[in-house]
Design a protein around this ligand. Structure first.
Ligand code: MN
Length: 145
């Protein structure tokens, strides 16, 4: 199976999808599914791209994310730490760590994200969660929810 790259991080016969099917607070982010999981690799490989100024949802879940930044630069909250990230950075987002990606530079932020095909649904923060996240001023300033 070959998924042919067309250039500019777009692939032949791979539709550009909405980031998520359901609600949540996100902005200017697209999703492409490059591998659906088969045989002894029960993982999905997705490519997400966040336009400058955009962000993913603030969420946590049981399943892990393995993320490789491919394009641009930005910031990501993992747990209670905000990291600046750029091309070829690799990060594992552990179970139940709050996380949110933001394209904070003037360029889009593109990344591969590997997840298990069988995975739980994300949980979004309630008022108590937000209150405890916002105890750190830098996180209060960073998150979008
Ligand atoms: Mn997630």
């Amino acid at each position: 199976m070959l998924v042919r790259h067309k250039g500019n991080l777009r692939w032949e016969n791979i539709p550009i999808l909405a980031y998520k099917e359901e609600g949540g607070c996100f902005k200017d982010i697209t999703r492409q599914i490059l591998f659906e999981g088969s045989g002894d690799i029960p993982c999905q490989l997705r490519y997400f791209e966040i336009a400058s100024g955009g962000h993913s949802t603030l969420e946590h879940h049981e399943h892990l994310h393995l993320v490789v930044i491919v394009r641009g630069e930005g910031h990501v909250l993992i747990g209670d730490t905000i990291h600046s990230v750029r091309e070829n950075d690799v990060m594992a987002i552990p179970a139940h760590a709050w996380h949110q990606f933001r394209a904070t530079s003037d360029k889009p932020l593109g990344f591969y994200c590997i997840v298990n095909v069988e995975r739980d649904r994300p949980t979004r923060p309630n008022q108590d969660d937000l209150k405890s996240l916002c105890r750190k001023p830098e996180i209060a300033a960073f998150i979008r929810s």
